[in-house]
Design a protein around this ligand. Structure first.
Ligand code: AVJ
Length: 323
């Protein structure tokens, strides 16, 4: 390569090595969806939650608002609340305020995105009786740290909202929930939000909106590689693709190369080659059935205590008790 003299291998970050692994092999290219959420990506996701075609987040919030009191009643105190992925904190407000009616609550959002943690802390700062401690870690590492802080006699309530569980590959959702269960003690609980199957056209619209916000959210991953790893992606040479994978019952997002191109990622010291039409898989969003969630929970050491489903958008909130 002519430019090889300019290529420097900087410090290898996890992001850098994941990007290299995802773009360099001979098989299908992929990038982990967790990297969609830098500051710009988190802001774009917030806009997605406002799209008429994307009802998921609003359904999640409606359920939490409507059933917060009941949820609080089903989770006897005192509790320490931790959340896997803080999101903006808007949905969590309802649960925290309901629990706070009873006694002061400590809240530990766990998030690898510092931008998301900051949003959440400012959003929830005024929920008077909740002490907020952001934990900048991968989910399980963070949860282990939080569990170690639990005072005697205090139960853990873990929130895993927004159907982030759907982003794990099939099988990986169960492995992840089992690991979460392994950190918990009997009597602790997990509040799990999961998006449900609906007609394919409606699911596709939610991930390929006419305003192009989801396309921007997806393409921003290449922009992030440019910014953080000194990549040379021309975002106009890629397009957003959303498709439904029948076999895994998930909506997949891909980025498709419009032409053959070779793209240096200078900080990682490699260049990725794309054939015309080649795709990079960036996210899977599995859609569940109600029974599937209950079965999954049981197989991972939880007892389903309650399930609430939204009337307008098929989304299920599940209260699971660690047994
Ligand atoms: C926040 C992971 C639940 O999978 O629906 C939204 C992310 N991706 N539009 C989802 C997302 C494209 C979202 N989750």
């Amino acid at each position: 390569m002519a430019t090889s003299a300019k290529i420097l291998s900087g410090p290898v970050t996890q992001f850098g090595s994941d990007v290299r692994a995802g773009l360099c092999g001979t098989g299908p290219k992929e990038l982990p969806s967790k990297y969609l959420y830098d500051q710009l990506g988190s802001a774009l996701f917030e806009v997605i939650t406002l799209l008429p075609e994307y009802g998921l987040t609003r359904a999640d919030e409606r359920l939490l608002r409507r059933h917060a009191k009941e949820i609080a009643r089903l989770v006897p105190g005192p509790v320490l609340v931790s959340e896997l992925g803080s999101g903006s904190g808007r949905k969590t407000r309802w649960i925290l305020s309901a629990l706070c009616q009873r006694e002061p609550v400590s809240y530990y959002p766990i998030e690898i995105s510092r931008a998301a943690l900051a949003l959440c802390e400012s959003e929830l700062g005024d929920v008077g009786c909740a002490g907020i401690v952001g934990v900048e870690r991968e989910y399980l590492d963070g949860l282990r740290e939080v569990a170690a802080l639990r005072p005697d006699g205090v139960r853990l309530l873990v929130l895993f909202l927004g159907s982030t569980i759907g982003n794990f590959d099939s099988g990986a959702d169960a492995r992840f929930l089992s690991e979460v269960r392994g950190v918990l003690a009997p009597g602790d609980s997990l509040l799990l939000g999961a998006d449900l199957v609906q007609p394919v056209e409606r699911m596709l619209q939610a991930y390929d909106d006419p305003l192009g916000v989801t396309a921007a959210f997806n393409l921003n991953l290449l922009g992030r590689i440019n910014r953080e790893l000194d990549g040379a992606f021309d975002l106009r040479q890629f397009e957003h693709v959303a498709r439904f994978n029948q076999a895994t019952c998930s909506i997949e997002m891909h980025l498709r190369s419009k032409r053959r191109q070779v793209v240096p990622v200078r900080r990682c010291g490699f260049a990725a080659t794309f054939a015309a039409g080649e795709t990079v898989w960036t996210e899977s969003s599995h859609k569940y059935t109600r029974r599937e969630i209950a079965k999954l929970a049981v197989s991972c050491g939880f007892r389903p205590e309650a399930q609430w489903v939204d009337q307008e958008w098929p989304f299920a909130e599940n209260l699971l008790l660690a047994v």
